[in-house]
Design a protein around this ligand. Structure first.
Ligand code: CMP
Length: 233
């Protein structure tokens, strides 16, 4: 790796929430232990049930944690956005991988082998404290996902996902940040891509949202909340 590449990777690693309080010198010591992998869209990064040999860091791109039903249908657990860690669960409990991790788009990942990853967590209190926060957030997101999947109508599940997404106030309405592609929305809401397209179309027609390409704005928040509760389809 050239010096320029090293600086680039260090800058990306420093953005990972686990490393917010680590010195640059400590991060530099991690660098030579990392194994990098460029992955293509839909490529498997971690296999569900595989033994844990490393912890991953998503430096660029987007991944998703999924499982498959007995009929082979993809069940989306969560999207993983750069820069963040993944593959921490089997590292901590020593059990097989709890989900498959796939690339949503071309991505760059770095793997820290199991032994140094565990040493880092044990020897760096800030990393273990931040890992606890990350695990707490994971439980919260899982609770939200359980609530979302509990809605009988796909319409409500898609509306709930819209509500749960991060928003930003803009003059055009509440902009939904990082709204996933219709394929990923379908996987996260346990429905088909066609249904997602239909629901978004209906919401747009009734003035609840507006859409331009992949960008979505919420125009009528109370109505969207009502749609979740109504379970309309
Ligand atoms: N519900 C979930 N939400 C977010 N990430 C998950 C979820 N389930 C599993 N993962 C991630 O997918 C990874 C699969 O391998 P691990 O079990 O080692 O660690 C897991 C987490 O990093």
């Amino acid at each position: 790796m050239t010096e320029k590449e090293q600086r680039l990777v260090l800058g990306l690693l420093a953005q990972c929430s686990l490393f917010q309080e680590l010195s640059e010198e400590r991060l530099q010591r991690i660098l030579p232990l990392l194994k990098f992998r460029q992955v293509q869209r839909e490529e498997t990064v971690l296999g569900m049930g595989d033994p844990s040999d490393a912890m991953g860091f998503l430096l660029k791109g987007q991944l998703k944690a999924v499982a498959y039903s007995s009929s082979g249908k993809e069940i989306g657990f969560s999207l993983i956005r750069a820069v963040s860690h993944f593959g921490e669960l089997s590292l901590i409990d020593g059990q097989p991988r709890s989900a498959a991790v796939l690339a949503v788009e071309p991505s760059l990942v770095a793997f820290l082998p199991r032994k140094p990853a565990l040493e880092l967590m044990i020897n760096e209190p800030s990393v273990s404290a931040r890992m606890m926060v990350a695990l707490t957030q994971l439980v919260r997101r899982c609770n939200q996902q359980i609530m979302l999947l509990g809605y009988q109508q796909a319409h409500s599940r898609v509306c709930a996902l819209l509500l749960r997404s991060r928003h930003e106030e803009t003059p055009d309405g509440l902009k939904v940040l990082d709204f996933p592609s219709q394929r990923e929305v379908a996987s996260l809401t346990n429905t088909s891509r066609e249904t997602v397209s239909r629901v978004l179309g209906q919401l747009q027609e009734s003035g609840v949202i507006s859409k331009k390409g992949r960008s979505v704005w919420i125009l009528d928040l109370p109505k969207l909340e009502k749609r979740v509760l109504e379970g309309r389809d």
